[in-house]
Design a binder for this molecule. Structure first.
Ligand SMILES: Nc1ncnc2c1ncn2[C@@H]1O[C@H](COP(=O)(O)OP(=O)(O)OP(=O)(O)O)[C@@H](O)[C@H]1O
Length: 225
């Protein structure tokens, strides 16, 4: 085990359906590293993020995030762990349709007693939203936001609790080039301010030089399904 690793994965295996199996012998990511995750569609990038965050439990192997052995936790413990420690920007955003953009950004605070909505949290939510150009849109429900705006709401929601681990699944996918750079600036800034580790799945190879490291799914051993 690497001493200062934020993420330590060993002997990971997960089969999904009849035709897909993910296998990662070893993966270690130091605290504070900014990592891009690339690979062909269907290679298992989202599956890996889901395992790291405890949304999926693997068939075999160990995942440690910080001091927590995530793969030993119960479903409920994994949900609590995720709410407290991980900011997840989902590929399809997963916004709550009946809540306003503002309430969606504050949503992680409704999920766990460990987080409470203070004046400071509300102010920070406004500031984060303004930094991604969402001012004036915070009362709208997701149905009345563009794809790019929904994505920015999802990013603010992931960043607001200052998580130690940020997992972003194509967080720049629906944006124009200027906004891609802006969103990456914000993800990097917030990660640095919180001393957080960032794993970002991207298909956008122009962004790769900005990361400390690139994990390419082509490097993982293919498992006959
Ligand atoms: N709930 C599920 N049940 C069965 N198979 C699934 C399920 N979700 C995903 N898969 C399969 O797992 C494989 C990996 O999917 P995953 O979403 O991790 O790929 P990805 O690398 O993130 O792809 P993309 O770049 O297109 O988002 C795919 O073959 C997919 O069809």
């Amino acid at each position: 085990m690497t001493d200062r690793a934020m993420i330590e994965v060993t002997g990971l295996a997960l089969r999904r359906g009849e035709s897909f199996a993910l296998a990662i012998e070893h993966l270690s990511i130091p605290a504070g590293e900014r990592v891009a995750v690339v690979g062909p569609s269907g290679a298992g990038k989202t599956t890996l993020l889901n395992i790291l965050s405890g949304i999926l439990n693997p068939d075999a192997g160990h995942v440690r995030i910080g001091e927590t052995a995530v793969t030993t936790l119960s479903d409920r413990q994994r949900r609590m762990f995720r709410a407290r420690n991980i900011g997840f920007v989902f590929q399809d955003f997963e916004l709550v349709e009946y809540l306003s953009a503002r309430e969606n950004i504050l949503y992680p605070y409704r999920l766990t007693d460990a987080l409470s909505i203070t004046r400071d949290v509300r102010d920070r939510a406004e500031a984060l939203a303004a930094s991604v150009g969402l001012e004036g849109k915070l009362r709208r429900k997701p149905a009345n936001l563009s794809q790019g705006e929904k994505q920015r709401v999802a990013i603010c929601r992931a960043l607001l609790p200052r998580p130690k681990l940020i997992l972003a699944d194509e967080a720049t996918g629906n944006l124009d080039p200027a906004n891609k750079d802006l969103i990456l600036d914000i993800l990097f800034e917030q990660a640095q301010a919180a001393g957080a580790t960032l794993l970002a799945v991207t298909h956008d190879h122009a962004l790769l030089p900005r990361f400390d490291r690139v994990i390419n799914f082509d490097d993982f051993a293919a498992v006959p399904a």
